[in-house]
Design a binder for this molecule. Structure first.
Ligand SMILES: [Zn+2]
Length: 322
């Protein structure tokens, strides 16, 4: 779901006083997820008639994370976990009267990074929620939340796929996509197509190594008693998510090309910033070929899901893309 759409739904819920106690916001805790939460909070805490005004004390405090009625709970630096002490602190605060006499809010940033003990304590709060208090659980890995927690929240998914990637990675992926489109659109060359598949496979390898390093480091620093299987599962799940985000981006790319081949106007193109490149690509293709590209990417996705080796799938897939 797009952020504007999610925001509209929530605005409606606020106006009709049908706001849920707790929302799970699926999206990057640093980007689109946080962006949505801040915008909703501006709606709730803005004191102007036309909300959000962006200028009042409320709006400013939301933006700067200094609002006395909003608690931002982030994983601790060292353990990278939300601790039981943080949850106890939160429980104390949510039952105090609000400073502004209105709503209170709690945002758990990276809510999946909550330890079991802390999660169970937090669950109690969700079971008997304080009045006029809204909880946001911000996460890009909702599969790590306790099912009992999930069942007490409404989920909003604003994950934009590619945006979940750190910006340096995102640039690399976009570069590969643009490049693949540019080289293959001229004289079709199997060698360059293989090269692109290889570059993407190489990048995926780098990504996986990075995740592995990070997770093992977190486990070591926080002296968490997670066994290797749990760690491997975490690494593999994060990696698969990024990989599928990249394949999704590839799919959107070819969807854009198909739309242009069919004569759709620029306004409906997903990646407007790459319009020239897409248009050039579309020029040389028939509808049939553009459709076949989409099928090829979908097939690549299925093969990856079936655990075929990344490099084999990408090499073969890219060699078939027109
Ligand atoms: Zn305002």
């Amino acid at each position: 779901m797009k952020i504007e759409e999610a925001l509209n739904n929530l605005k409606h819920a606020i106006e009709s006083e049908r706001l849920a106690h707790a929302y799970i916001v699926v999206g990057s805790p640093r980007e689109e997820g946080r962006c949505l939460v801040e915008q909703v909070l501006s709606l709730v805490f803005c004191s102007a008639k036309k909300k959000p005004c962006g200028d009042c004390r409320g709006c400013l405090d939301v933006r700067e994370h200094t609002h006395p009625d909003i608690m931002w709970v982030e994983p601790q630096m060292k353990s990278r976990k939300i601790s039981i002490d943080q949850i106890r602190d939160l429980q104390k605060q949510v039952f105090q009267t609000s400073y502004s006499g209105g709503w209170k809010a709690c945002v758990l940033v990276g809510a999946d990074r909550i330890g079991d003990q802390a999660a169970n304590a937090f669950l109690k709060t969700l079971e008997e929620p304080p009045k006029r208090c809204i909880f946001f659980l911000l996460t890009d890995s909702p599969q790590f939340l306790l099912p009992t927690v999930v069942s007490r929240c409404q989920a909003i998914n604003v994950a934009s796929g590619l945006l979940n990637l750190p910006s340096d990675l995102r640039d690399k992926v976009v570069d590969i996509l643009t490049h693949s489109s540019a080289v293959v659109s001229g004289k079709r060359s199997v060698i360059t197509a293989f090269g692109v598949g290889e570059r993407l496979a190489g990048l995926l390898g780098e990504i996986k190594d990075g995740i592995e390093k990070e997770e093992y480091q977190i486990a070591e620093e926080g002296s968490l008693d997670e066994d290797d299987d749990t760690l491997d599962a975490r690494v593999s799940s994060r990696y698969r998510e990024i990989r599928s985000a990249i394949i999704h981006a590839l799919l959107l790319w070819h969807r854009d090309v198909l739309m242009l081949v069919c004569g759709t106007d620029k306004g409906l193109v997903f990646r407007k910033e790459a319009y020239d490149c897409l248009a050039k690509k579309a020029e040389g293709l028939t509808v049939r070929a553009a459709l076949r590209n989409i099928q090829t990417v979908e097939e690549m996705n299925r093969q990856l899901e079936r655990n075929m080796p990344d490099k084999t799938v990408l090499d073969f897939g890219f060699s078939r893309l027109n």
